[in-house]
Design a protein around this ligand. Structure first.
Ligand code: PLP
Length: 250
């Protein structure tokens, strides 16, 4: 993008009163705009209990480089193992939900693929779709029959099809019918990616876990910045996918 165009867009944002700046945390204010909806991340008792329960040997404050270059924290490896025990599938920890979503999509799908996505999916999902250069089709929010129509129409034309949905949607708190979407796999060949950012914590380990659908979901993404009261994301997927991500994901 041309510099002039960027400057012009910033000017337009300022004129529209939509120009954002990074502010420092002012302790004299209540913060109602973070993802820490319940204030869990600042709950001193909870933090203390957390540190009591998990012994952080070799715990440092900076990683200094990516895991691939310098090796991983033992803590992260243990976390991945623990998550694998819970969900029954390997886990790769990403540093954010945004990275997890966009990386998974752009690593596995390309311009020969078709991605079918709920219209209201998160920006990180759209980022991955766009970066992948796949053909993108959006279906009406939560409308599984609209999704099925697209699968019926296009499944012969593409070898690689990805269907992406969230479980709980942030704006209205409405839920997709992931059981029904999983059932479509009996009829059509596609990969399924599910983002549980807003259900993890609210629904325990998430709706996919509760409804025993983990096996049917190729990429289960669990960002931890909401009710997880933390940062980063789990990508829960088969071992081969995990290894491919480790080797190929940006
Ligand atoms: C549905 C959904 N997926 C992914 C993300 C991105 O997660 P993170 O904040 O960890 O980058 C968000 C954040 O708002 C989200 O709402």
């Amino acid at each position: 993008m041309q510099k002039e165009k960027i400057i012009q867009e910033l000017e337009e944002l300022k004129n529209d009163n939509r120009f954002r700046t990074i502010k420092t945390n002012d302790k004299s204010l209540y913060n109602f705009s973070s993802n820490d909806y319940l204030g869990l991340a600042h709950d001193k008792d909870l933090l203390q209990k957390f540190y009591q329960n998990y012994s952080f040997d070799n715990y440092k404050l900076s990683s200094s480089s990516s895991r691939l270059i310098d090796g991983s924290y033992l803590t992260v490896m243990r976390l991945e193992k623990k998550v694998e025990e819970i969900y029954g599938k390997p886990c790769l920890v990403f540093n954010s939900g945004f990275d997890a979503n966009s990386s998974v999509i752009e690593t596995f799908f390309d311009k020969k693929s078709l991605i079918i996505t709920d219209r209201l999916n998160h920006a990180s999902i759209y980022e991955g779709c766009i970066n992948s250069r796949a053909k993108i089709l959006r279906y009406k929010h939560l409308d599984v029959s609209a999704l099925e129509k697209l699968l019926k129409k296009y499944s012969e034309d593409y070898d690689d099809i990805l269907v992406v949905t969230e479980t709980v949607y942030s704006m209205d708190g409405d839920c997709s019918d992931i059981k029904k979407i999983c059932d479509l796999k009996d009829e059509y060949k596609f990969n399924l990616m599910v983002d549980e950012a807003h259900s993890y914590g609210v629904y325990g380990y998430g709706i996919a876990y509760n409804e025993k659908l983990i096996d049917k979901i190729d990429f289960l993404v669990i960002p931890l910045g909401k009710a997880g009261a933390s940062v980063g994301a789990y990508v829960i997927c088969d071992e081969v996918y995990k290894n491919y991500l480790i080797n190929k994901s940006k």
